[in-house]
Design a protein around this ligand. Structure first.
Ligand SMILES: NC(=O)c1ccc[n+]([C@@H]2O[C@H](COP(=O)([O-])OP(=O)(O)OC[C@H]3O[C@@H](n4cnc5c(N)ncnc54)[C@H](O)[C@@H]3O)[C@@H](O)[C@H]2O)c1
Length: 303
């Protein structure tokens, strides 16, 4: 089968590419390497270096997508805090980019479009766990853009007959996550700080809680989304572990010294209800965060 993965040189996309290649599929990647890395590339996949928001390249996109069963749309500028500093750049990239990929998939007569959505659509909610029917209330440009992408997917299912499904990932971690720079997430930052033998920095008092999801579980959810006959109508589905942990406890589990900084504007907690994913995709999270940390620390020689 032929598949296209946008953002396939990034953290999540590259794991998905590897899984599809392992299953002997023909895999095409569209990526402009803005945050993607050459070292994430799989020698058995075919890479097309384009910006997904470049509307002048629509014919090229259609050509790449023709004959594909499904598109996995992972490409985005993918972090909350940098989107607050640069909302217009993020808007062009994430919303125009998604619209462009939907249009390309529809013109190329692709069967299904699987969209990497985000728990950021829930924003600062106090009603937890989050169910998919809860009212989205994004609290960042990134969260709003991710939500608009879901609306566009649903609309394409209705108006253009393109099967779509939106997967709302909760704080993904795993091998190849960024360990430093503006795009690193909290687990990566803590690990890097421990490797450098510096204290782990916590914004605020560390009582904020996050639901962390292993990248391999996210990959499985994507593949099941392409196969399931119960989705395709623009459904939004939570992909989380269904448990959360405070950032302070996470830090204590990873390393030793902690320093506290001023709080940033961020949701106090997130937590997924994953009943819908179980029902529609027959998916459930397998990997435990603490098991993975123990394993990973030992692999990279961090004690
Ligand atoms: N990592 C998480 O915790 C998380 C949580 C929720 C949702 N998501 C979503 O999952 C997807 C993948 O996230 P990730 O963590 O792997 O991020 P990432 O930055 O590692 O990967 C994104 C990839 O998209 C590419 N890209 C970005 N803009 C592009 C453009 N205009 N044209 C072509 N390629 C472009 C980048 O080069 C990169 O390879 C994103 O859509 C993100 O919003 C991630």
């Amino acid at each position: 089968m032929k598949y296209v993965v946008t953002g396939g040189a990034g953290f999540i996309g590259s794991h998905l590419v590897d899984a599809l290649v392992d299953q002997k599929h023909e895999v095409h990647v569209i990526d402009n390497f803005s945050t993607g890395k050459k070292e994430n590339c799989n020698t058995n996949a075919i890479y097309h270096n384009y910006d997904i928001s470049d509307t002048a390249k629509n014919k090229n996109f259609i050509k790449i997508m023709e004959g594909a069963d499904s598109i996995f749309h992972c490409a985005a500028l993918a972090r909350v805090q940098p989107s607050i500093n640069n909302p217009v750049k993020y808007e062009m990239n994430n919303t125009i980019g998604t619209m462009n990929m939907l249009k390309g998939a529809s013109d190329a007569k692709v069967r299904r479009f699987i969209y990497s959505a985000s728990s950021a659509v829930y924003g600062s909610t106090t009603i937890l766990p989050s169910f998919e029917h809860h009212l989205p209330n994004p609290s960042s440009p990134y969260g709003s853009q991710k939500y608009y992408g879901e609306i566009c997917c649903k609309m394409f299912s209705k108006v253009y007959n393109l099967e779509t499904v939106s997967l709302r990932y909760f704080n993904v971690y795993g091998e190849r996550q960024d360990l430093g720079g503006a795009y690193a997430t909290v687990i990566g930052i803590f690990i890097k700080q421990c490797l450098n033998d510096t204290p782990m920095t916590i914004n605020g008092d560390g009582s904020q809680r996050r639901d962390f999801t292993y990248v391999g579980d996210v990959v499985k959810a994507n593949i099941l989304s392409a196969q399931s006959d119960k989705v395709g109508d623009g459904e939004s589905i939570n992909i989380g572990s269904g448990k959360n942990i405070s950032i302070k406890n996470l830090a204590n589990f990873i390393g030793n010294d902690i320093i506290y900084r001023d709080p940033v504007n961020e949701p106090f907690a997130n937590l997924a209800d994953v009943t819908k994913a179980k029902k529609l995709l027959d998916w459930e999270p397998i990997v435990e965060l603490t098991d993975w940390i123990v394993d990973y620390k030992s692999k990279i020689g961090l004690n």
